[in-house]
Design a protein around this ligand. Structure first.
Ligand code: ATP
Length: 255
């Protein structure tokens, strides 16, 4: 539409009133050869997912649920940076369109006043240690009222409307998001992660604080100290050793 100011992102565009999961449909389209920048958008998701198989509550009409297909020519190890760059792009769109100051909880949660506003789930398909395609799925709570979240989710979630008391035009926010996402993605491909790393750190929540690290069956407590040049989280453990954590396997909890 007239709002869209991107070159590739959202130019191939699949809109659905309802989908089980935008990532799932995007993966099917990617397998069939969909172009980089293809967007899958749904008004609701009935089986929306977060990381580690957790659910993402996606009621109709109130949020933005979409997935972008990317085909970067990169080694597998760089893929986690895409989740971080997507979180930065979401923050810039929220700052510009809604005037809020979100923070990012590593690796993928965008928070307002400590509550979850947005989550990003990146899934990848690789051949021979190189990325074939990535799907980057994002769910944002926009116009939900505080009473619109079910009990368990209500404890951790917030929306723009619940925070500011103002409804936001989802099409405008979405267009801004695709614009920032595409610009940051192009910058990343040509110039690398360094600027995005700074932009991520400027917004990082919980740096310098004590966190509980949950990696499968293992749990330990340490102090979050930043992210390195690859986007791995740096946590100093009880023995004083600095450990690098890769997103995908690890969850953090405040301690
Ligand atoms: P963490 O990064 O803290 O380990 P996580 O990775 O489990 O959390 P996600 O995978 O991003 O978090 O999201 C799934 C979780 O988010 C669910 O377990 C639920 O608690 C919460 N959640 C579900 N739907 C929503 C929503 N619409 N808004 C905010 N939070 C939600």
């Amino acid at each position: 539409g007239p709002l869209l100011e991107t070159e590739r992102f959202g130019r191939d565009y699949h809109f659905y009133a309802s989908l089980p999961s935008t990532n799932r449909t995007a993966k099917e389209l990617a397998r069939q050869g969909a172009a980089e920048g293809t967007v899958v958008l749904a008004e609701e998701q009935t089986e929306g997912r977060g990381r580690l198989g957790r659910g993402w509550y996606s009621p109709p009409g109130l949020g933005i649920y979409f997935t972008v297909i990317l085909r970067p020519a990169i080694p597998l190890g760089l893929a986690p940076q895409v989740t971080l760059l997507a979180s930065v792009a979401v923050c810039k769109a929220l700052e510009t369109v809604a005037g809020v100051q979100p923070s990012i909880k590593w690796p993928n949660d965008v928070l307002l006043h400590g509550k979850k506003l947005c989550g990003t789930l990146t899934e990848l398909n690789a051949e021979m240690e190189a990325v074939n395609y990535l799907v980057v799925g994002t769910g944002i709570n926009v116009n939900q009222g505080p009473e619109d979240f079910p009990g368990e989710v209500a404890k951790v979630a917030t929306s723009l409307y619940a925070t500011t008391g103002e409804k936001v035009d989802r099409a405008r926010l979405f267009a801004a998001l695709l614009r920032f996402f595409e610009a940051d993605y192009k910058h990343w491909l040509s110039a690398g992660f360094e600027r995005l790393r700074s932009e991520w750190l400027e917004r990082a929540a919980g740096m310098g604080t004590t966190v509980r690290v949950i990696a499968g069956q293992q749990e330990w407590i340490g102090r979050a100290e930043g992210i390195d040049s690859d986007g791995a989280l740096l946590v100093r453990d009880g023995g004083g050793e600095l450990r690098r954590l890769i997103s995908g396997e690890v969850s953090l909890r405040p301690e």
